[in-house]
Design a protein around this ligand. Structure first.
Ligand code: F6R
Length: 613
């Protein structure tokens, strides 16, 4: 979603800002802009479309000397909410005087009433955005102290914000603040970088400060002074990012998504490493911060998330019930937060989020905490808001996921959920021997995934036969039902084929009406309980002319005989098999999208981290 970069320090700030925006491109956006302070004046360049268009515009409009001499500025990638992605709606926005520039992530919910009030005082607005209203509000509050003006303005707004503000009248500082939308400050040598996401900071420094909600910071080239909105100083530690800048590069792959699919044997090994105890037949997940007794006494596990993370939760639901004998349910985070969930101190709520910033998941976490449940998170991004809000949980260690479509984070989420289920299971019904056996299965995951990735060329060939349809159905049973949902989501988001995931038994209750000669049905028919029933459902589809692509267990000739095409999944535990099966579907979606010439890493309308409701 929207991205913020702010920079103060050395010369050539415009290039630093634009390069920072490039690092945030993966988040999804549809226009971009930059404002710098040059010779006592704010100068703005904006463009609809890509950061490359903004870069061309700035280089065409601005003299080369400006690029060379300017040492500070703010920049933004906008994912349109209020008004279409036009140049005028792009950030930065200026106040009435033109001396103050603002970039903003989040939503100002009361912007209409604020705008009406400012208009009645003579303010004129150019854009349809809520952000321009905040810029004017800051300008209106400015009585010679920018910090105080920002505080005063923020006291008047309802909604969420991550902001960076620049004033020509106070040229040595940038003010940044957050509520509900992340801000990270990189502390470099004689330079300070503000960003909504650490990937824009990596090239400069590993030393960062994460702002908390309602923090406001005065940032100069060599200082960061953090206060609350009442001007009381607060202390925030400097953390080490521990991220390799190369991890956020394509490394020779055509797309980040392909790279991230191929990284999975490693990312899964990282997620699993040191977390299995083969002596006790248990999982070691100390970040959960729960005693064996607390786990044994749990009444219920509630898994919450959105999109792909929700699908990981659905696999987890089977694992908790099968392995740990504990009632488990999955809830879409936005639904959970508004439905007045019934929770108690013996309920474990696990928030699943790659980014750790998803607005609905964060709100659901707060709701569950309010209700006194045990709340923990399963995040990939270290130091993210959800990880910090829960204070306990398990990091995925999948490494930076840049492609908008989640791949390696999903498989690591499932792997960690399997380990959590094993941990709970050992405190409940699993014997030591059962535990050791399942731990051995988990240990195999990286190698099972590598076997599927070796079939890349085969899957690429199969994709040619399925790339030209406009509809597709994915079916599965048991833990493969969520895999079908995830396979369909992956295909639709990156290839724009209308794809639906169904329980294999469900097609004949309605959707089967849509099958015509050649409609693709991707059937997950691995050799797990229920396979025979799935084969029966496949025959129902074949009888109506569907073309069946099966995911079958390696060497299962009986299942292969039902398919037009098939991809083999190595034989393993049914819950573990969800991971290699998902990888096969990721590759299928990738190749279909490639054949259709789609923008794989940044699909239209999508954002990597969804920080609005
Ligand atoms: C799909 C995808 C999204 C995310 C969803 C939640 O490929 O990536 O559906 O899974 O937006 O995001 P996180 O996991 O960051 O909370």
């Amino acid at each position: 979603m929207c991205g913020i970069v702010g920079y103060i320090g050395k010369a050539d700030a415009p290039s630093v800002l634009i390069n920072g925006l490039r690092r945030l491109e993966y988040r999804g956006y549809d226009s971009a802009g930059v404002a710098v302070l040059d010779d006592g004046h704010i100068v703005v360049a904006k463009a609809p479309g890509k950061v490359s268009s903004l870069s061309d515009r700035a280089r065409a409009d601005w003299p080369a000397e400006r690029f060379a001499r300017v040492t500070m500025g703010i920049a933004h990638t906008r994912w349109a909410t209020h008004g279409p992605p036009t140049e005028v709606n792009a950030h930065p926005h200026l106040d009435q005087s033109g001396d103050i520039a603002l970039v903003h992530n989040g939503i100002i919910e009361n912007y209409r009433s604020l705008r009406a009030r400012l208009e009645s005082k003579g303010h004129h607005f150019y854009s349809e955005t809520d952000t321009e209203v905040l810029a004017h509000l800051i300008g209106d509050s400015d009585k010679g102290n920018l910090f105080q003006a920002v505080c005063d303005a923020l006291h008047q707004v309802e909604g969420t914000f991550g902001i960076a503000v620049l004033s020509a009248r106070e040229p040595e500082k940038i003010i940044t603040a957050r509520r509900g939308s992340p801000i990270v400050i990189g502390v470099g040598e004689g330079e300070t970088i503000i960003a909504s996401d650490a990937s824009a900071i990596l090239a400069h420094t590993q030393r960062v400060i994460y702002l908390d909600d309602n923090d406001i910071a005065i940032v100069t080239a060599d200082s960061v002074d953090i206060r609350d909105l009442h001007n009381i100083p607060v202390t925030r530690e400097i953390a080490e990012l521990g991220l390799d800048a190369a991890a956020a590069e394509k490394g020779g792959y055509a797309h980040f998504m392909l790279k991230e699919i191929h990284e999975q044997p490693d990312s899964l090994a990282n997620a699993i490493r040191g977390r299995l105890d083969f002596n006790l037949g248990a999982a070691v997940l100390s970040g959960m911060g729960t005693s064996p007794r607390e786990l044994a006494e749990l009444d219920r596990v509630v898994l919450i998330g959105c999109g792909t993370s929700l699908h990981a939760g659905l696999v987890g639901e089977y694992a908790f019930e099968d392995l740990a004998d504990v009632h488990s349910e999955v809830q879409q985070a936005a639904e959970f937060r508004y439905r007045n969930p019934i929770l108690g101190s013996r309920d474990l709520v696990v928030a699943i989020s790659q980014s750790g910033e998803t607005a609905d998941t964060l709100a659901a976490v707060r709701e569950a905490q309010q209700k006194g449940a045990f709340v923990m998170s399963l995040c990939n991004v270290v130091g993210s808001t959800i990880a910090r809000q829960t204070g306990r949980g398990v990091y995925l260690h999948a490494g930076p996921e840049i492609s908008v479509a989640s791949t390696k984070a999903f498989t690591c989420q499932v792997a960690v959920l399997l380990m959590m289920a094993l941990k709970l299971g050992r405190g409940r019904r699993f014997s030591r021997q059962d535990g050791i056996q399942f731990a051995r299965e988990i240990e195999r995951i990286p190698e099972l995934v590598a076997e599927v990735i070796q079939q890349n060329d085969h899957i690429s060939k199969i994709a040619e036969a399925y790339a030209h349809n406009e509809h597709a159905f994915f079916i599965g049973r048991g833990p493969m039902f969520p895999v079908a949902l995830e396979g369909a989501l992956k295909l639709k988001e990156i290839s724009y084929i209308h794809a639906e995931g169904y329980h294999a038994a469900e097609l004949k209750h309605g959707p089967i009406a849509l099958l015509v000669e050649g409609t693709p049905v991707i059937a997950i028919a691995c050799d797990i309980p229920g396979k025979d029933k799935t084969l029966g459902n496949i025959e129902e589809c074949r009888a109506r002319g569907a073309r069946i692509l099966g995911l079958i267990t390696e060497g299962d000739d009986e299942a292969a005989a039902h398919m037009s095409d098939f991809i083999s999944i190595p034989r393993c535990h049914p819950l573990v098999a969800t991971i290699p099966a998902s990888v096969a579907l990721q590759l299928l979606a990738y190749h279909i999208s490639r054949i259709r010439g789609c923008e794989i890493d940044q699909p239209r309308n999508l954002a990597k981290s969804v920080t609005v409701e």
